[in-house]
Design a protein around this ligand. Sequence first.
Ligand SMILES: Nc1ncnc2c1ncn2[C@@H]1O[C@H](COP(=O)(O)OP(=O)(O)OP(=O)(O)O)[C@@H](O)[C@H]1O
Ligand SMILES: [Mg+2]
Length: 338
Amino acid sequence: MIEVRNVSKVFEGKQRVHALKNINLTIKEGEIFGIIGFSGAGKSTLIRCLNRLEDPSEGEIFLGDEEITSLNEHELRIKRRKIGMIFQHFNLLSGKNVFDNVAMPLYLEGKKKHQVQEKVKQILDFVGLSGKEHAYPGHLSGGQKQRVGIARALVTDPDYLLCDEATSALDPETTKNVLELLRKVNKEYNLTIVLITHEMSVIRDLCDKVAVIDAGEIVEEGTVYDVFTNPQRVITQNFVHTVFQNEIPSNLRSSVSDSKFYRFIFIGEKAGTPLLSEVSKRFDIHFNILYGSVTELQQRPYGNLFVTLDGDQRESEKAIRYIQDHGVEVKEVIANEF
Ligand SMILES: Nc1ncnc2c1ncn2[C@@H]1O[C@H](COP(=O)(O)OP(=O)(O)OP(=O)(O)O)[C@@H](O)[C@H]1O
Ligand SMILES: [Mg+2]
């Protein structure tokens, strides 16, 4: 569990920058928590406060039941073994091979050679890099370099993994593979992962929860499902729109004359079921589909359908209830509320 309480950060200097403003967050054990925001929003500052690479100007941060913000240098060094971190540009030592890069935290801890050998081998197997022990970072692809970064972060058996734009330097296919690896890390090591990104697709594909940071403030927070299906703030809506269309496209809006229609939100296997045709047969009503889209949310099909209903009101209500009973979320939309 990570608790961020009333954290603010001011960078003093020629220009005073108020980078974080009264941040409050609770991240549960085993959760994958994403923080999204534009460049300069304060993402790196926030994640760097979690392991005190940056000291907050105000507030407290708890990791488990330990207040990291009150530890002295010595205590902090010990605590940091429990907090792995990976970076956008990997931060590997170019003069050292893969084995030595991954082994470095263990050497620093003064571990015995055979213990180091065993542990590094096991972690390199886990991240899919066995056989690459003697390669140098300069000879690895971006995806392989990030695997080395992940292996190095995991080698001390941390409880937390902090990821600062860990996939931003990678192509989409490699990003997918690295995200899959992070999911495996989360499951098999029961690691709590905090990840910052400016890409909503990363949040969609990996995270359980998401917080949106804007100009140093958390402006929205919730489960990935809730935030993606019902974003409240304009900034969040814009982030959601970068990965899928969950509103009627503007060119279709003008053609909608009905004052009332429905948005059906399907998740999981139900997105594929021919529920609507079944409902049309079962009840004396008729659907007009105005617009629909299907995508993936947390690796499950996720669909939005905008429909109007023709038919008797009582029959329509029964049909809607039937659809809801089959696990589909139904929202009434008023045309002039676009
Ligand atoms: N060491 C520093 N000294 C002074 N100002 C800083 C320092 N680090 C960050 N800032 C400022 O704090 C604000 C937040 O920066 P931060 O690096 O946290 O943003 P970010 O969301 O990570 O951006 P990006 O997506 O570009 O990495 C920015 O205005 C930045 O200029
Ligand atoms: Mg940053």
